[in-house]
Ligand binder design. Structure first.
Ligand code: SME
Length: 170
């Protein structure tokens, strides 16, 4: 496990931290072709690597309009999210990252935990553009996510989408 980063870490420290986290994830996933094992491992590594992250998990696309919860860490998440609901649904529907610095200003945010103040949701897309899953990271601090976090999570999700491109998708 990479030790948790303080929310106020300066940018160079955050970048170096991400290099460690990414190296750790790549080492852990080396040769692994099981999707559940990969999601669970990514979530465990990410969740413990950032002090400000209180919920970290995947929602899997099980049809062309429904997400079902996958491996996660933190309190209970909502089990099912249609593509037309919430921040996760928006990421799945549009195939684009949703960066929500203040959930109170996002219409239709689904409050699984009342303490959530900000969220970053990144789609895991296969190279052909179909959505496999979304990675949802929540914080009880407002605007908790730095542009470096977004860049790194997008890069990680691109890696996963490529690695698991052969999975059957709806
Ligand atoms: N907040 C999300 C729902 C998932 S939970 O927070 C774990 C959303 O609006 O999509």
């Amino acid at each position: 496990m990479t030790p948790a980063l303080s929310p106020d870490a300066p940018e160079p420290v955050r970048r170096a931290h991400w290099a460690d986290v990414r190296a750790s994830i790549e080492a852990l996933l080396e040769g692994e072709d099981d999707w559940v094992a990969a999601m669970a491992t990514v979530v465990a590594e990410l969740h413990h690597a950032f002090e400000a992250w209180h919920w970290t998990g995947f929602y899997r696309a099980v049809s062309d309009d429904l997400l079902v919860i996958g491996p996660y860490q933190g309190g209970h998440g909502c089990l099912r999210i249609p593509f037309d609901r919430g921040v996760c649904g928006a990421a799945a529907r549009t195939g684009r990252t949703q960066d929500v610095p203040d959930v109170d200003r996002f219409p239709d945010h689904i409050a699984c935990a009342a303490s959530t103040r900000s969220e970053l949701v990144v789609p895991v897309l296969r190279p052909d553009g179909r959505v496999l899953a979304v990675l949802d990271v929540d914080s009880d601090q407002e605007a908790a996510f730095h542009p470096i976090d977004r860049e790194q999570l997008e890069s990680l999700c691109a890696l996963l989408g490529h690695r698991f491109r052969a999975l059957a998708t709806p």
